[in-house]
Design a protein around this ligand. Sequence first.
Ligand code: BGC
Length: 815
Amino acid sequence: MAGASVSTPDHSDVVEAALSGLDLDTKARLLAGQDMWSLPALPAIGLRSLVMSDGPIGVRGVRWTADDPSIALPSPTALAATWDPELAREAGTLLAQEARRKGVHVLLAPTVNLHRTPLGGRHFECFSEDPHLTGEIASGCVRGVQGGGVATTVKHFVANDAETDRFTVDNVIAPRPLRELYLAPFEAIVENARPWGIMAAYNQVNGTTMTEHRHLQKDVLRGEWGFDGIIVSDWMAARSTVGAILGGLDIAMPGPVTVYGDALAAAVRAGEVAEAAVDDAVRAVLRLAARVGALDGAEPAVTEPPPALDGPALAREIARRSFVLVRNERGALPLDPARVREVALIGAAARDARVLGGGSATVFPEHVVSPLDGLTAALPDGVLTYAVGADPSDELAPAGQGFELRAVCRDAEGNVLGTGSLPSGQVQWIGGDLPAGVTHERLCSVEVTGTFTPRESGEHIFGTRGTGAFTLAVGGRILWQGTQDPREGGDPFEAFFGAPAERGRAHLTAGEPVEVSLLHTVRRAPRAALSAVMFSLTHLGPRRDADELIAEAVEAARSAEAAVVVVATTDRVESEGFDRRDLRLPGRQDDLVRAVAAVNPRTVVIVNSGSPVELPWRESVAAVLLSWFPGQEGGAALADVLLGHAEPGGRLPTTWPVSLARAPVTQVCPADGQLPYEEGLFIGYRAYDRAGVAPAYPFGHGLGYTTWEYESLEVTPAHATVRVRNTGERAGRETVQIYLAPLDDAVERPRRWLAGFAPVEAGPGATVRVEIPLRGRAFEIWDEERGRFRFVPGPYEVRACHSLGDTRLSATLEV
Ligand code: BGC
C-alpha cells in the first residue's frame, strides 16, 4: 500500500463557528462557482477563495494558456501500466507541488472510470479495465496529492465510461456490475485514501442524473462508505436547484450562471428545500477549506509540504516504467549504443511527438522531448537518420509549428481593448481568463494575427474550428468569410472538441513568412452558462504523395541496422468530447510499418497512443513497444529504454484487442437516450474469457530485459507468498500478479480476476520473496437480495502469474 492517507485534524468547531456567521444568501453563493474555476472568498469569516484546476497529468491552473506552463506527466493509462501505487503516489506529490505553485487548492483528478470498451474517447485518461488495479493506482495518486496538502476530486462518479451524449445518456447498469465494477474503485479509494472530493458525472445512472442521485451520493457514498469530502458537479452538469441539493450535490460548477447561488436561496425561502440541506453542503465546503489551509483558525491537514521533487526527472522515470514491451523477438531490444552504426527513425510522431490526450486533461509543458530529440541526444553523431514515412493526420489542427500569433481584442467601435499572446491558433478564454484590459461585456471581435513561416513548400490548407462569424486571410488575400452555426443539441464544448473545417488553400514557399489573420466576431448568447470565447485558426501542411513518403522511409530503413517506426493516433482520434469509431491507426501508418518491416528484420515499432489500436502487422516486426502518451520527457525515456539504460517496466492495464471486430464490448451509442450495460460483469479480460476470444496481448502482459522463474507459491486466505528468481543477465523488475479462479460455479462469476499484485526487483541470479495481500473483496459478490457484499466460500485456484495469459504457479485454496 502506497503510504498512509493524510489524517486530518477535527475541524468541526471551527467549521460550525464559521457556518454560524453566514446568512442564507451568502451560504447559497458559496456553493456555486464565482467563475470558471473558483468559489467566492468570504473575508468576514476568514475564508479565502477555493481554486480548482484540471487535471490528471499536470496542473493547468486557472488559465488555458502556454504562458503559465505545467509539468506534463505521462497519461493515466501509462501510470496504470507501471502497476506501482508508490510511483502513483509520487506523481500525486508532484501534482500537489504544481498545484501549490499555481495557487490551486483542489485538483480535478484522478479519473477512475473504467475501460469498459476501447472506443471510449477518454480511455487514455482512465487507468484500467480492472477495478482493483484502478483503485490501487488511484489511491496512491490521491495519497500523494493530499499528502501535499491539496484536495483531489475523484471523477466522474459514476459510470462516465464513454463520451457519446455524455450530458444526457442514461447508463442502465444492474446492481452487481454497478457495485463490483463501476463503484468498486471509488469505494476502495474512499476507504484507502480518504479523498477530500468527488466529482459527480454528467450522465444518468438507471434513470437519475448523477448530480441528483440521492441514492448513490447520499446513501452509498456518504452513508455506507463514510465519505466526508465535497461532491462537486462536473462542469455544467448540475441542472436543477432542488434536485441537486436534495440529491447530495454540494457545489455546482462553474459560475456565475448557476442553479445554486440566488436560485438556491430562493428555493429555501419558497419552502422547497430545508435550510439544513444548504448548511450540510456549506459544512462540507468549509471542511475542505480547513483541510487545504484556506480557512482562518483551522490547522491545515498538511503544515509542512513534502520536499520538492524534480518534475522532468519524475516524468521521465514514470514514462520509462510505463512503456510496455509486448513483443521482442530474437532480442531485438535493447539496441547496443556502443555498437549500433545506423538507426533509421521513422514516423511523423517521432518528430512532432504526441505527449498527451485531448480535452480538459490538456496542459502546456514548457518543453517536449520528442523521440527524435531523445535519440539524437543519446546516440553518437551520424548514427540516426529520420524520415516522416506517413502522416497520421489528414485533418487540420490548431495552427502550431511555424506560426507566431497573437490575439487582438476590439470593441464595437474597433478600438483595441487589449492583446494576448497565443501559443497556437487556439483561443480558449473562459470566464475572467481574458487578456489584460478586456471584458466580455465590451469585447466585440478577436483577431488571431501574425506570421506563418512554412517548413515545406506547397499547398497549405487553412481553416477554422468553432462557431460564429469569421474572416480568414493569408498573405493579404481573403480565403473565406462566413458563419458557422452550432450543431443542434451539440456538446457545449463543441468549439473545443469539434471537427475543424477547411476554408481555403494557399501556395507557400518554405522559409518565407506570410501574414495570417482570422477575425472572429464574438456572439454573446443572453444568459449563456459560460462567458467564453472559443475558436481556432487551423492548418494542414502540404500533403506529399503518400507512396513517395513510404518509399523514402523504406530506403532509409533498408541500409540501417535497426528501423524504429513511431506510429500514433491524433487528437481527432483520442480526446474528451467524443468516442472513437474504430481502432485503426489513422492515415497510411499500417502500410508504412509493413513496408519497412519487409526490408528491415530489426523493425521496432513504437505505438504512441493512449489506448488500444489495431496492430495488424504485429507478428511480422521484431519488437513492439507501447509508449502511451508519454508526457513531456517521453522521447528521453524512449531513448533510455531503446538503448537499454533502463528496462521497459510496464504491464498492460487493459486487454489489447486484435481488432474492433474481436473486442467483446463495443457499444457506446445510446438508443432512445439509454445505454444498457448489457454485458453485465463481463468487461475487459472477464469478457474475453467468457467469449473465448484471444486478444492480441492479454491483461498484465509486458516483457522486460531479463527473465524470471517463479520458484514457489504458498497461499492462505489472506496472502499469497511468491518466490521468484531473476534468471537473466541483468537486474530487473517483475510485477507478480495473483489471480483467483473459482473452482465451482455456484454463482455466476468471471472465470478469473485480479486479487493482488506486487512489484519485485532483483539482480541477476538473485531470488526475492514477496507476500501479496489478497483482498477480502476478491472472495465476495454483491448480493442483490440483501443489498450487501457476501462472501462466496469454495475452493479457489490461486495463480501466480507473469500476466493473465502466463500462469507460472498455482495452488488450491479452501475457504
Ligand atoms: C470534464 C471534467 C473536467 C471539467 C473541467 C469537464 O468537461 O468532464 O473532467 O474536470 O470539464 O475542465
